[in-house]
Design a protein around this ligand. Structure first.
Ligand code: ADP
Ligand code: ASP
Ligand code: MG
Length: 416
């Protein structure tokens, strides 16, 4: 008898009919002789709808109350799912994060899972029940409800699979797996059969929202293979697993885009030791995450310009914080920025052993007349900041240029 964790996303449980379909799919698997733990998201659009309500109450909503509010979305779907299973003649128990005891830290709206008590789940499984757990939520040591950040139900599922030592962790969604780029943006996107944890971590952190980045971190840490697949078909999806030789043969595995960032420049800052800390300490003290940073010295003038990116939702707060930095440093150029940028990235473990990948990316963008305003690279990725209006054009051009729509043929096979 295998223990299987299955997670269904918002579109998979978008209305009562869809919840019934998910329930019968889960029971089909249970009737093959498996123990089933199910993790559900809120109905699609629900978390956004609740967020809008909150904004109507308070411009920057209180984060503790936000968690009380947002966690209600998943409470609805798990209770309906349990009723659907019972109506089908089987038994099921729904559990909220604090009923399981998914203990997190106290960082409201972006909490991290610290521990999971598996006792209640295991006892219910032993009684022959399906156990359905609310995704995306936990409880802190003081009994406050917490949520894990957008997309967090994936993380609940993988963390549960690790804690329960499950035989399989399946993430069901509205596409058939992880693709070479967003299949809803590029119709030549191809499903990837197997992808390494490291590549998936990069894809997720650079915008491929099909898996939440923290779920991949957990999967890598506890060596949980993830199977990402479609709720609506039985087709084999994508396996996210440890890297192997075949994967190294792929130079570029995927193209991603992220529209959630904004660019800020503070210019004409005196070029002196300590200037970077003067700029970035107030920002980090305000819990704002900075991503790319570029410093340009203005030779001869003794000044420097600092350009960096933050989450778009943190843009106004960051610009405000910099007012006092401009004053205290006497930055002559003040602060400028743009909220309409996109970060376009290419990712692939094969980049470690190949040169010229970044320059190919730059020339593809140049040929399309797209200006690059920032660049960053790591061992297995290259990212460029461009204007948001060129997002689709850039994704498609890069996908074509790196021939990602074609079936991948392993190097060994081509030599035969
Ligand atoms: P769920 O509600 O099931 O959690 P999400 O909306 O969070 O689903 O994630 C699935 C979506 O991710 C797809 O509909 C697709 O548009 C988007 N996506 C972006 N990049 C990729 C990619 N490389 N592969 C697959 N899907 C992607
Ligand atoms: N409901 C949450 C969201 O929309 C969590 C999730 O679906 O994974 O982000
Ligand atoms: Mg998701």
């Amino acid at each position: 008898m295998a223990l299987i964790v299955q997670k269904f996303g918002g579109t998979s449980v978008g209305n009562p009919e869809k919840i019934k379909n998910v329930a019968s799919r889960v029971l089909g698997k249970k009737n093959e002789g498996n123990q089933m733990v199910v993790v559900l998201s809120a109905m699609s659009g629900e978390t956004n709808r609740l967020t809008e309500f909150a904004m109507a109450m308070q411009k920057i909503p209180d984060t503790r109350e936000m968690d009380v509010l947002l966690s209600s979305g998943e409470q609805v779907t798990i209770s309906l799912f349990a009723m659907a299973v019972k109506a089908m003649g089987d038994d099921c128990i729904s559990l909220l994060g604090d009923q399981v005891k998914i203990v997190t830290d106290s960082s409201h709206t972006k909490a991290r899972i610290e521990s999971i008590d598996t006792e209640k789940i295991t006892a219910s499984l032993d009684e022959g029940k399906v156990v359905v757990v609310a995704g995306f939520q936990g409880v802190d040591e003081h009994g406050n409800i917490t949520t894990l950040g957008r997309g967090g139900s994936d993380t609940t599922a993988v963390a549960l699979a690790a804690a329960l030592n499950a035989d399989a962790c399946e993430i069901f969604t509205d596409v058939e797996g992880v693709y070479t780029t967003d299949p809803n943006m590029c119709n030549t996107a191809r499903k990837i059969d197997r992808i390494s944890y490291d590549e998936m971590l990069e894809l997720a952190s650079l915008g491929a929202k099909v898996l939440d980045i923290r779920s991949v971190t957990f999967a890598k840490q506890y060596n949980v293979p993830i199977h990402v697949r479609s709720t609506f078909t039985d087709t084999e999806g994508t396996w996210v697993v440890e890297e192997d030789k075949e994967m190294e043969g792929r130079i570029v595995s995927g193209v991603t885009y992220n529209r959630n960032e904004a660019r800020i420049t503070i210019s004409g800052v005196p070029d002196q030791p300590g200037i970077a800390t003067k700029i970035f300490t107030p920002i980090s003290n305000a819990d704002i995450i900075v991503d790319m940073i570029i410093q340009n010295q203005n030779t001869g003038e003794g000044t420097t310009d600092m350009t960096f990116t933050v989450l778009r939702s943190d843009y106004e707060r960051t610009v405000k914080l910099l007012d006092s930095v401009v004053e205290s440093t006497g930055a002559t150029g003040g602060v400028q920025g743009s909220e309409t940028i996109t970060k376009i990235s290419i990712v692939g473990v094969g980049m470690r052993n190949h040169s010229g990948i970044a320059s190919t990316m730059f020339s593809v963008l140049a040929n399309e007349g797209i200006n690059i305003s920032m660049i960053s690279t790591s061992e297995i990725k290259v990212s460029c900041i461009i204007e948001e209006k060129y997002t689709e054009l850039a994704v498609r051009a890069l996908h074509d240029a790196f021939e990602l729509g074609k079936d991948y043929v392993a190097v060994e096979e081509t030599l035969v």
